[in-house]
Design a protein around this ligand. Structure first.
Ligand SMILES: Nc1ncnc2c1ncn2[C@@H]1O[C@H](COP(=O)(O)OP(=O)(O)OP(=O)(O)O)[C@@H](O)[C@H]1O
Ligand SMILES: [Mg+2]
Length: 350
């Protein structure tokens, strides 16, 4: 297996090229998923933020379709794991088997050895198998029988699951949920989108004819581009204040982790870049607070009794927290200043 390193991914893409590739991937997925532009954009942002995505919703709303369409839009290695109660951890990570001819053990890679791993119905597997993904997702490597094997670059897990109150599901442990950068719900399509689905999907499945519009090399360059997006100190502080607010909220038994803060900022960089900016705005963090934070936190028993969802609690925190006022520029910032003190958007030249 060849392992691509960040040194090999080439120069930064020009801004307009970055946006063109992003738009092409979104448009491609929208050939299959009707009326869900914001959801599709967020899925792409998570990929570019080097994160993992959890798609949670009731049956039949296009979760698997979205995961497969994203995988198909990028010409990279894709593996799909259907999680069932009898799936073994070694099916996910791989196993050492004895080779009679060489009289030695050899490693048979499991399903995580791919750029994009689609874990379908992840909460139907036993907790032991679910936790086989822990090391892979955080450390991007697999350890079997004392040997460590690196995973591919880029690497993303897109998992789908039904809400936990559905039958035959094992809720994901907190540590597993915390590894998902964002959780999104599909929601029902509106009437127009559902009619379009009937017209477009009535006969053949559009997924069959979907062609890739990008590949692993391009995605690696997009990711490098996202890493360069500027975040002002005041915006970083706002991200920390937002996460700290979840730790202090009386309605919450468990707040968001520092891992959540990192992932919030990374996703904000990706969203900013996809919108053609090379700096993050506090609004990016506000928009992402619910998808990035709400699945990691646990409400108190009282909040649960009052049927307050974590989505509502996070939205309220966002509304209550004052926006950063400070517009002081970093002493390292050499870009021309505007009246607001924030550097204007300037396309990067390769
Ligand atoms: N917004 C949508 N646009 C286009 N097709 C849709 C949409 N929502 C659902 N569908 C269609 O509904 C069918 C079911 O979708 P899919 O299998 O992805 O559901 P799911 O959410 O994974 O369900 P389950 O939880 O049962 O696995 C597919 O044929 C899919 O194309
Ligand atoms: Mg499905």
């Amino acid at each position: 297996m060849t392992q691509q390193t960040w040194d090999e991914v080439g120069d930064l893409l020009p801004h307009d090229e970055f946006c063109a590739v992003g738009d092409a991937i979104v448009a491609n997925i929208e050939q299959v998923i009707e009326g869900k532009t914001a959801t599709v954009q967020l899925a792409l942002a998570v990929l570019l933020a080097e994160g993992h995505l959890l798609i949670e919703d009731v049956p039949g709303v296009g979760k698997t379709k979205l995961a497969k369409a994203l995988a198909r839009s990028i010409d990279c290695s894709v593996r799909r794991i259907q999680f069932t109660p009898d799936l073994l951890p070694s099916d996910v990570t791989g196993v050492s088997v004895y080779n009679q001819e060489t009289h030695d053990f050899e490693f048979r890679p499991g399903a995580v050895f791919a750029n994009l791993v689609v874990g379908d119905e992840i909460n139907r597997a036993s907790p032991k198998t679910q936790s086989a993904l822990l090391e892979c997702m955080e450390e991007r490597q697999v350890t079997v029988d004392g040997m460590t094997y690196p995973l591919q670059t880029p690497f993303m897990v897109v998992a789908t699951q039904n809400p936990i109150e559905m039958e035959g599901t094992y809720p994901l442990p907190e540590a597993q949920r915390d590894r998902f950068t964002a959780r999104i719900a599909m929601g029902y399509p509106d009437v127009g989108a559902e009619l379009a689905m009937l017209d477009g999907h009535g006969g053949t499945d559009p997924l069959e004819s979907l062609r890739p519009v990008s590949d692993a090399g391009i995605v690696s360059r997009l990711i490098t581009h996202v890493r360069q997006v500027h975040v002002a100190d005041a915006v970083k502080r706002y991200a920390v204040e937002l996460v700290t607010a979840t730790r202090e909220a009386p309605d919450l038994r468990l707040g968001a982790s520092p891992r959540a803060t990192l992932q919030l900022l990374r996703t904000a960089r990706a969203v900013a870049a996809l919108e053609g900016r090379d700096y993050v705005l506090p609004d990016d963090l506000q928009v992402l607070a619910v998808p990035v934070l709400a699945h990691r936190i646990i409400p108190t028993a009282d909040a649960q009794l009052a049927r307050r969802t974590t989505d509502t609690i996070v939205s309220e925190l966002v509304h209550r927290l004052p926006l950063p006022q400070e517009r002081r520029r970093s002493s390292y910032d050499t870009r021309p200043a505007t009246d607001s003190g924030r550097a204007p958007y300037e396309p990067r030249r390769a």
